[in-house]
Design a protein. Sequence first.
Length: 501
Amino acid sequence: MEENRNMPEQTSEQELSELLQIRRDKLAALQAAGRNPFEITRFDRDALSADIKANFDEMEGKDVAIAGRMMAKRIMGKASFAGLRDKLGDIQIYIRRDEIGDESYADFKTFDIGDIIGVRGFVFKTKTGEVSVHAKSVTLLSKSLRPLPEKFHGLTDKELRYRQRYVDLIMNPESKRNFEIRSRFVSFIRRYLEQRGFIEVETPVLSPIAGGATARPFITHHNTLDIDMYMRIATELHLKRLIVGGMDRVFEVGRIFRNEGMDTKHNPEFTTCELYQAFTNLEGMMDILEGILSGAAMEILGTYKLTWLGNEIDLTPGWRRITMADAVKEVTGADFMAIEGDADAAVALAKSVGVDMDGVAHTWGNALYETFDQKVEETLVQPTFITMYPVEVSPLAKRSPEDPHLTERYEAFVCSCEMGNAFSELNDPIDQYERFKAQAAKRAKGDDEADMMDEDFVMALEYGMPPTGGLGFGIDRCCMMLCGTDSIRDVILFPTMKPQD
């Protein structure tokens, strides 16, 4: 079926203005005739395109009421065809003048691509075998006053797609698929955790202290209290307060705000899931993240194997688990455990394998971490848990009982992207206070990403927090993997954009 072109491949500003005026004139004529489509408040739809096609044998000859956006139109004298798109897909409409009447048929001929229509008719197949609806009536439910992009080129400008997501969703079915996958993923997370005894909670978005992560916050002002407040950079510290209070398994799916750079993997406003479970540790948190990502892939995509960022990856449970020091040794040959605690030797070792240590505190832990960050992370394509992070880069994680230089922390990586961050949570209030002090000292020297002192959280720990495992992961990045997209903007409906002039 051919499309009735409303907009040429290249449309000048003058041509666009003329098209807009034509559509407004059509609306004015309808209103003058007492048939204003915007006065219609309801159309009782009882069928959807995909269901009609999937169940044709049962539905053939039956009356249906369908509604959606007209995406194509072909006028053939006394009979015409139209393409209607609803939330599940497209279906062809067959319209005959002698079936719907001269006046209604004349009205239909004036409809434009993009108009929202309601159709009542019966299901049948055309001579070419296409499942269609033979219209008994066609109703204009909403007038599209702006032409859609030309069909075969569509809305291909990525920045325009992000700015005009509503048009992107109309023209590009793969975009709608991405957000359906996202919705199903969030739903899966909730079911997975609730089945394991977790309860969903909500914590403040605004706080006088920005804590729980190393990040630069957004600052706002509360007029009534006359104080500056921060939009949260993590939900961690409030959730752990609930563990102290005896809510042993809690999670939150919520928006996080970080006043930092933007790229294909980062948006200043994003969504995370954080969860905390009393009486477990790092191993328990590995099992949960692996279970969520593997389980979601199987439920939503029907497979553990998928393609992302040009790589074939396998999410089958049983992901590799390796310490940071062992991963560094495996990739670079540098054995940091042989010189553990020796800062000078560690810095020299890092430099010997090509690591840039400029601007980094010269400690053993920082040297190990920078070597991993600069040399190893890019090699982690298949799902891998990197464990036992240095204390210097893990201010909220519990020290390893076997090695005080390390913490019981992991990050999960797929295609060199961090997919989750988890700890055996620090529950020693004295140790936590000293780490906050160290972070506050960094902040005082100009590091505006360092943690702030949170004395109320320390007080909470003084009441006693059980051994606890905690995990945080970005919903957006996980959806990038499940959707196979290379930009976070493809899985955020309305990503942050620089305003246009």
